[in-house]
Design a protein around this ligand. Sequence first.
Ligand code: ADP
Ligand code: MG
Ligand code: MG
Length: 882
Amino acid sequence: MCSEKKYIYSFEEGSLDLKPLLGGKGAGLSEMTGLGLPVPPGVTVTTEACNLYYETGEELPQFIKEGIQDYLTELEENMDKKFGDDANPLLLSVRSGAIISMPGMMDTILNLGLNDQSVKGLAKETGDERFAYDCYRRFIQMFGEVVLKVEAYKFSRKLDDLKEEVGADNDLDLTVDHLKELIDKFKRIVKEEAEVSFPQDPMEQLITAVEAVFGSWNNKRAIIYRDAHDIDHDLGTAVNIQTMVFGNMGNDSGTGVVFTRNPSTGENKLYGEYLLNAQGEDIVAGIRTPEDIQTFKDSLPEVYEQLVEVTQILEEHYQDMQDIEFTVEKGQLYLLQTRTGKRTAKAAIKIAADMAEEGLIDREQALLRVEPEHVEKVLHRQIDPEAEIEVIAKGLPASPGAAAGKVIFSADKAEKVAENGEKVVLVSLETTPEDIHGVLAAEGVLTTRGGMTSHAAVVARGMGKPAVCGCDLIKIDFEAKEFTVGDTTVEEGERITINGGTGEVILGKVEMTEAKLSEECKRILKWADSYKELQVRTNADNGTDASKAFEFGAEGIGLCRTEHMFMAADRVPIVQRLILSESAQEKQGALAELEPIQCQDFEEIFAEMEGRPVTVRLLDPPLHEFLPNLSELVEEVTKLRVKGEQEELRKKEKLLRKVKNMDESNPMLGFRGCRLGILIPEIYEMQVRAIFKAATKLATEEGVKTELEVMIPLVSELNEFEILREKIEKVAEQLLAEVDLELDYKIGTMIELPRACMTADQIAEKAEFFSFGTNDLTQTTFGFSRDDAEGKFLHEYLEREVIKENPFVTLDAAGVGKLVNLATESGRQVNSDLKVGICGEHGGEPKSIALCHQYELDYVSCSPYRVPVARLAAAQAKIRNS
Ligand code: ADP
Ligand code: MG
Ligand code: MG
């Protein structure tokens, strides 16, 4: 049979753009050959041939076998060597190479073509008998494993036994006779295990080797790997047949692996290792410890110079850091592989920045090379990679970074212990909004339940605190104040370290490296700022967060939630008095106490932002969130009744009645947001006074005028907005008149209900800005309550692909995103000055940010630690769209 299609490409014929046919390795070998670099000649049998092999019933079609034979004849002529010759034999390597590299999936066979005759030829030709027999025993071993499926340890055990028997530490100490003996043993193993004699016909060796590589495409490991990495099973692998070069021909020979830059730090300096007098696989096999490439200068200076030159050529050609395999045969350098090198987040950022500065790539390319997650990774405190650690359990890597501290099992206690200057890791089943103060006080959070988007995880990410969640191996005993995992018991107060990037829980305290933006990262982000169209703001509820975000490049605050100010321990009693007040007088008293505290908070925040826009949202959550928990209160009252403590009992009973009264079946859809503002106007009025007092103080005392934006939450009806707008204006104008100050401010609304989106054209007539609260908007659009969804069915939904992505993590373009787009367009149609942004977790998530860019929003707002990520993602969205 003959075919039009080409299934075999020599390295001279191939090139990088044929990668789908040639696989990564083959394409790289061809590309290097094309550049005139020293690559031992060879051919690639294509991925399509692999598919044919399967169609033919796991056999190479005859015409491909003939094609290989033809090439061999040509190669023999060119190399002036003969396959299987007993005088001057041609030897080959057979190497697999898929399009996407699948590490460790398919093995390489070296020294193919050796048999009982040609080994003598090799010995004669090289004048080195030991070398020849060393090659032969390696070949039998590799061929036995890869093609004949003999278990690897059967060979390596024999090698070890022999070494021990003759007292050799190193395989280089084995003599020719030892090696000959070993070869006999290896052949016997083959005979016993594979029930065939070791094949002596080189052509048979070659064809079966090629078939074995094709066959390995569908071995179990390979299939599992492809499933796990979403790689198509139909791609197939290519096979490279290449002339051997020998690194094991003495001390002017060797083999090594180099990276053109340091893959761990990004430093622009050749990085890697090598072994003298060795064949490639010795490095990975760890039989001998390789040497640092820097010392290669001293052992083979001329080859080192050449290597440096060649690696530079490759890096320039590929315009990226390369991972290169080389072998030196008697002082002659050969390149055996090149590919784009894998790197850490830190290295990715440095390499991209450096390459742009060196002019190797342009800034746009540099910005696209860094992944937003890289930026996030380098921002957090990390466990010192050198530290020795004892991992006791592993949960979900819910919020990156590392934290060490004393194990504490309750939020209250965490707060107390932290107040004494101790570092704390809060350990609990899960966290609820009531535990916020504990999370705030802790260095990090470890929960035994809940997923990547559980409350603890979301809050921790928002605060930039490390978290490990859903670590169900850990059993907490709250009575005994300890947790156990396997047979380790950790008591409250003992120290642990968590790694939120890997999910590891580590016993004791380990060394950390501090978090800040590296110089390279700052450089990259500065370039990002010059490309991006979206502004990046931050969500910040206090001066500390605002200051951190400012350092990370936030251009303003997109969401300042005032309820977190109410939650702090010293304020809750005042807030409770406000809620429980029975007379106007009592209420005024509580408000008067709160006002200066709020004012102080705002002053700190505004000062940090140095005149940049700040969006303050008026009180949003239902008031019962500030009161004690209903069931706990019932329990307390019952206990008091039994004890008969009358006075305390009456107090608690009154509280209980109130709490019962305020209890709601669906608080998320209940008495909250602007509904509070309309029915209990005093609270909003107090807040507005505090906001404006803080702003006017800063303006008069420091001359810094804050761009104020007052935001009304949860509006669904224009009337709600109008009623509140009027009230806010009245308070604000009165205050400004008192100090005789002109201050521009905007009044706008959070858009978080579908009805608000549908009536955005009406609302925009009166509102100066919209800020999409996409968390509530997602809840109300899907009709999911986030906690219930994530706690009960969302996980299954995602698993079964009922929905593709968690809409609380990535903005749902088809539904929620459509509403955002509609509201933005219709709002701007009636009010062209309308400022539009998005706040909430989506504002820091790259895919959602790309959508916001597409909808032409003015800004995204996210937690301080996501600000750098968002700056990069916004630039990438712009670059990719133009
Ligand atoms: P992997 O995909 O595991 O890296 P390779 O096909 O790159 O496998 O082969 C592994 C090693 O075998 C190479 O690093 C190289 O040292 C050695 N090798 C492969 N082909 C040859 C050859 N033609 N001559 C000498 N050594 C080779
Ligand atoms: Mg390799
Ligand atoms: Mg909301």
